[in-house]
Design a protein around this ligand. Sequence first.
Ligand SMILES: [Zn+2]
Length: 66
Amino acid sequence: MDILHKTILCPFCGHPTHITLDISGEDQDDIEDCSNCCNPIHVQTHKDELRNKVQVFIDAEDEQYY
Ligand SMILES: [Zn+2]
């Protein structure tokens, strides 16, 4: 199993959050809760087999309309 430890910045409050990703399988789609503001952070990982790299995308979970 491949585990990637990563620090991401919360898109809501900018607080760094430590996450652990299992990158042994397919592309992942995870929701992590910010430890500071508790908002859901949408974390997507894409495995680049050719370069043996993992790309991590951070997004806010829901688009919100006011
Ligand atoms: Zn936050």
